[in-house]
Design a protein around this ligand. Structure first.
Ligand code: NAG
Ligand code: NAG
Ligand code: NAG
Ligand code: NAG
Length: 379
């Protein structure tokens, strides 16, 4: 329609041009050229805009998560381009899954396959925490751990309630692994906040890491009221989190909240970091899950999730996998009472935003230290 109008207009004008003198002809041509450029740029703008807003949710998800700095990146991540470890040791087909029961713990993400090489088995008995903050982190990311130890990880009593922060690492591999292990053991003696499990620490093994976190909470810390799985590159306002969890209408059981991911398509692009094969996860969409950067849950859930994972075939997207376990349990993720408190990005730094927030992604350990100082400066 618009095109036709445009064409008619063009035609009419070019007919008119035949009758005008030469000088005027050039001027009209110039104006026409300007008008044409203007129209073309509008068309380009509009089609670009509608393309963007019509983008499939999975590309949108990729766009969002691609923007997240250092999101879960470990050194070995780029070298993992195949799915063998998640179909090992025994691939589970649908028929097997239907007959599977909890006497079978053989699948690769099930925590019973692993044991703790560094542990704090009595720390919950000693501290009796209301809230446990579990931070999956790569072994070499000591700067991130130290930044957390000197900021939100150092908040051990909040509103009179005990809060405990622990880091979960896997095994280091490679030439320097022995030295790295010694350093980790030294760090553990010094801070008593490291948990290590015997899987190889890599981006691809994050589902294993998360399941080991759930197992630790279920077996070493059942007395805690709430837990949070929070990445090492996050800001956390512990006070606001404890306020949320202490509110009378916050459920004590089957409660999990954070940034809700609804109707997310499984990424089938083999070049993507989030690629999952149809063999590993046949359905086109994930069930509703919580973005892995930081989700909070009542502490009855870890043992239930570990149990449910017996029936849910593992795949390498840890947060979506927890979503699949929750679906298996019939537990519906909750939107936070104030969704803006769980923010992927804060944009430009504004102190008042961080005073209101619960959690958001930061760019570096130094940024966490700087922002923390500013947010907590005396008024
Ligand atoms: C996948 O992994 C297996 C064993 O871990 C290896 O033999 C194979 O070459 C890998 N394939 C690709 C495409 O990297
Ligand atoms: C679980 O499977 C084993 C054999 O694989 C079987 O002996 C057992 O009865 C099953 N348990 C349940 C609760 O179905
Ligand atoms: C933690 O906070 C206490 C004060 O409450 C301070 O003395 C200590 O140095 C802090 N620890 C770290 C690692 O910053
Ligand atoms: C973890 O990831 C590495 C690759 O980075 C792989 O070699 C290993 O088999 C995986 N699984 C376990 C249980 O360590």
């Amino acid at each position: 329609m618009e095109w036709r109008l445009f064409r008619n207009g063009w035609k009419r004008r070019s007919l008119a041009q035949d009758r005008v003198p030469n000088r005027c002809h050039i001027k009209t041509g110039f104006i026409l050229l300007l008008a044409l450029t203007f129209l073309l740029s509008i068309i380009v703008y509009i089609s670009d805009f509608s393309l963007k807003s019509a983008a499939a949710p999975d590309t949108l998800y990729e766009t969002v998560v691609n923007q997240i700095p250092s999101y879960y990146v470990t050194e070995s991540a780029s070298s993992i381009d195949n799915q063998t470890m998640f179909s090992a040791p025994t691939p589970i087909n649908n028929q097997q899954r239907a007959t599977q029961n909890n006497s079978e713990h053989h699948h690769v993400a099930h925590p019973l396959n692993y044991y703790f090489t560094l542990d704090e088995p009595d720390i919950c008995k000693q501290r009796n925490p209301f809230l446990v903050l579990m931070v999956p982190v790569a072994p070499y990311e000591v700067k991130a751990r130290n930044a957390i130890r000197s900021t939100w990880g150092n908040e051990t009593t909040v509103q009179g309630k005990a809060v405990l922060t622990l880091f979960l690492v896997g095994l280091t591999v490679g030439a320097d692994s022995e030295k790295a292990q010694q350093q980790l053991e030294e760090e553990s003696r010094q801070h008593r906040d490291l948990i290590q499990s015997n899987f190889v620490d890599s981006y691809f093994n994050l589902t294993i890491k998360t399941m080991v976190i759930m197992d630790w909470l279920a077996t070493r810390c059942p007395q805690a009221y709430y837990s949070m799985k929070i990445d090492s590159d996050m800001f956390l306002n512990v006070d606001n989190l404890v306020t949320l969890l202490s509110a009378p209408n916050t459920p004590r059981e089957n409660y999990i909240t954070g940034v809700l991911m609804r109707n997310r398509f499984v990424v089938r692009n083999k070049n993507s970091k989030w690629y999952v094969s149809e063999e590993l996860y046949p359905e086109p969409k994930y069930p509703t899950y919580l973005l892995g950067m930081g989700y909070v849950f009542s502490n009855d859930l870890p043992s239930k999730i570990v149990e449910a994972s017996n029936y849910v075939k593992p795949f390498n997207i840890e947060d979506a996998y927890i979503g699949a376990c929750l679906k298996q349990l019939g537990v519906e993720p909750s939107s936070p009472p104030e969704p803006s408190q769980f923010r992927i990005y804060m944009g430009q730094y504004k102190r008042e935003n961080f005073l209101r927030a619960i959690t958001t992604i930061l760019g570096s350990p130094q940024q966490l230290i700087d922002i923390w100082k500013d947010v907590n400066k005396p008024m």
